[in-house]
Write a protein that binds this ligand. Sequence first.
Ligand SMILES: *Cc1c(COP(=O)(O)O)cnc(C)c1O
Length: 414
Amino acid sequence: MQDSKFAKGMTGLIHHPYTPPAGFAAPQPGVFKASTVYFPSVADMRQMEWKDKSAYTYGLHGTPTTYTLEERLCTLEGGRQCLLVPSGLAALATVALALLHSGDEVLLPDNAYGPNKALAEGELHHYGITHQWYDPMNLQDLASKISPRTRLVWLEAPGSVSMEFPDLPEMVRLCRAQGVWCALDNTWGAGLAFKPFDLLGDGSGGQGTLAVDISAHALTKYPSGGGDVLMGSVITRDPALHLKIKLCHMRLGLGVGANDAETVLRSLPSIALRYAAHDQTARALAAWWQAQAQCVQVLHPALAGAPGHAHWQAVCEHTPGTGLAAGLFSVILDARYACAQVDAFCDHLKLFKIGYSWGGPVSLVVPYDLAAMRQSWPAHLQRGTLVRFSAGLESAQDLIGDLSQALQDHLPVL
Ligand SMILES: *Cc1c(COP(=O)(O)O)cnc(C)c1O
């Protein structure tokens, strides 16, 4: 084929001289995008290794941008290896698909993140992997459900929606003693409230350290901080376990876009400040709810008397008064209010928006049908209608004003 003038011009455009900038020291790392990565020679192509990150070989295998984010997340959570996936749910699914085979069993807490339970009931069930739900507040129940077929135990602290904080150290010890992997959904703690690879907070980091095997994190929440990115991470500190998950990750073709990775890199330096602000506001709101006659129980692990409060203290509050918690809590409203009244209360909030997910600047509210989400109504919960709040970064006084107006108009004191 004869080169057209157009193709000649295009070739010049595509092979335009380009040298990445040197000596350009700026606060944010550059954003590197690639599917293709060039090799200097065929011999180099054959010999370069991506599994240990000693070379770049293909966009899906990692870029300078994703490696940078992975390293920073390891620093945040205290792990050694990290994989990025397109959502928090993909992180949970990657762990399950990498570790479980037909005939194995996985145990999940009854208060696990709902879609993780749906994964067990759906794909895992189809692949011949069985599951059982355990009572997160009853160590004996977990112990009795571990069998020779159990390969993986999921932990969540606190549990989704009902916010019970389990006895993480004892659960991890139990998994260790039984030789099963324990994976934590660490989205709530975010690497800030406690260290998943140093649960006792003794910082020894050695063999004696009490650590989960895997920490999965929905970066969608606090690391993103904007309500505008979906991403997840899987962090480990054992190279063999990491490689097992990494090979599955590669075979499934999971990867994240550089622009999304950049967004998380940009938000990460402020995560501790934002987390503390969400925490303070949530505690102010939770304390206010405790004084409202319409509310029969406030579920927030840092509140004295809340389910699992002592476990939260043990893991998150190594020095009294210093413990951190995320900006999430739930309330149980008096069972005598009709569902439609609770819905109207939520509808008439102005600052709180109705929506899933959390970790962004805007406060959110969602009413949940807890009875439909649990094996049975947990004994430590009062009966009533559960509403979950995520505190954003607005002023706590303004948020309380918003709650007050909607409460007065739609849930009059009985
Ligand atoms: C949001 C969330 C996830 C899933 O994150 P996505 O990015 O929305 O898929 C997983 N676990 C917990 C506890 C979460 O709150």
